[in-house]
Design a protein around this ligand. Structure first.
Ligand SMILES: Nc1ncnc2c1ncn2[C@@H]1O[C@H](COP(=O)(O)OP(=O)(O)OP(=O)(O)O)[C@@H](O)[C@H]1O
Ligand SMILES: [Mg+2]
Length: 375
């Protein structure tokens, strides 16, 4: 478990991490994502004390990491960066063995680790162990970089855009491998990317950062369904449009925007007249400032209305309403339950935005499935 408690970091006047509080659970694959310069790399480097915060605490498994010797700390935390950073004058085997050697593992142990890890990424020992980094492709080098970070079996692995420089095919296969390894070995991985595809593919939890702050912590699914901020929405981009279309629809997507409203001071006879001309059986009644008051049905006016009376006396106020950003499913369920056969959609300022009827709902669903419908 890694806990950030009010962690701040400034360079000069610029705040890079702004009172960051965040829990990373043991065994989770956590992705830090956000625009360039938002503080992802800085956050990552505070975990292994390559960067020291100005204030706040980082606690790993209950221990304040400022109380742990940084060199010792780093031996328990694997670290993979984009520019691989293999030692060019060491073989693949020697590169993987760096940390186990520092930790004084026996030669047999180290041998076993190198064999097992190379097997894990389909790079057989016999063919690869004695090669130098310059004899490997970029993708193979990056694989070895990942293995090196895993060699001493650290419970935590930090990865900073480890696959950013790879071609899409190699990236895909490495993503798969890392995910497999993480599941199999139960590692806590904190992984930085600015690629939402990668985040959705790999993450148990996505932490979206902007300007040194956390905007949202959610599973990929939750984030797709409920992005907490427009900037997250724009990062989700294409994922929002198809993969999760239905989940992202809101009430206003299903409403008819042109609706007939009348002020509450309107007289009953005028209302009856209006309804019959427009061929509707009820009206939406608003206050003087256009905010929503309620509805009134033709039946109710007929039963109780007296000529010359103001409509406000006959208004039913408990009719079904949703706000325009309400989840579409909620609106749908209300519609099904609605005795009037419609649901009123309100703007944030409580004015009327539109009306969801069975017809408007059916039309919008048709459009979602088959594109724009003709009338
Ligand atoms: N040593 C430093 N001195 C001054 N400013 C710095 C230093 N290191 C980082 N910064 C600034 O801190 C901010 C956050 O940097 P960081 O590297 O954490 O961003 P990032 O989210 O990883 O971005 P990217 O996606 O581009 O890698 C940036 O504005 C950067 O310019
Ligand atoms: Mg970075």
């Amino acid at each position: 478990m890694i806990q950030f408690r009010n962690v701040s970091k400034r360079y000069g006047k610029k705040t890079i991490l702004d009172n960051l509080t965040l829990d990373i659970k043991a065994g989770e694959f956590v992705i830090l994502i956000g625009p360039s310069g938002c503080g992802k790399t800085t956050t990552l480097k505070t975990i292994n004390r390559l960067i020291e915060p100005d204030s706040g605490e980082i606690i790993i498994d209950g221990k304040d990491i400022t109380k742990v010797d940084p060199v010792k700390l780093r031996r328990t935390i694997g670290y993979v960066i984009q520019q691989i950073g293999l030692f060019p004058n060491m073989t693949v085997e020697q590169n993987i063995a760096v940390v186990p050697k520092l930790l004084n593992y026996s030669k047999e142990e180290i041998d076993a680790i190198v064999h097992r890890l190379l097997e894990l990424v389909n790079m057989p020992y016999e063919e690869n162990a004695k090669k130098y980094p310059s004899e490997l492709s970029g993708g193979q080098q990056q694989r070895i970089g990942v293995l090196r970070a895993l060699a001493a079996s650290p419970p935590i692995v930090l990865m900073d855009e480890p696959f950013g420089a790879l071609d899409p095919v190699t990236r895909d296969s490495l993503q798969e491998e890392v995910k497999k390894i993480q599941k199999k070995l139960g590692k806590t991985i904190v992984f930085v990317t600015h690629d939402m595809d990668e985040a959705i593919r790999l993450a148990d939890t996505i932490v979206f950062m902007n300007d040194g702050k956390v905007l949202q912590v959610a599973s990929p699914e939750e984030m797709l369904q409920n992005p907490a901020d427009p900037i997250i929405k724009s990062f989700l981009g294409k994922h929002m449009n198809h993969e999760n279309n239905a989940a992202n629809l809101v009430a206003s997507d299903f409403m008819r925007a042109k609706v007939l409203t009348v002020p509450k001071t309107k007289k009953t006879l005028e209302c009856i007249e209006l309804m019959s001309r427009r061929d509707v059986s009820s009206l939406i009644v608003v206050e003087e400032d256009d905010t929503y008051l309620g509805t009134v049905s033709v039946d109710k006016i007929r039963a109780q209305g007296k000529a010359g009376k103001e409509i406000k006396e006959l208004v039913t106020v408990e009719s079904m309403t949703v706000t325009r950003n309400s989840n579409a499913q909620e609106a749908f369920e209300l519609l099904i339950a609605s005795p009037t056969g419609y649901v009123v959609v309100l703007n944030d300022d409580n004015t009327v935005a539109g009306l969801i009827t069975k017809t408007s709902m059916a039309k919008a669903m048709g459009e979602a499935l088959w594109g724009e419908m003709t009338q």
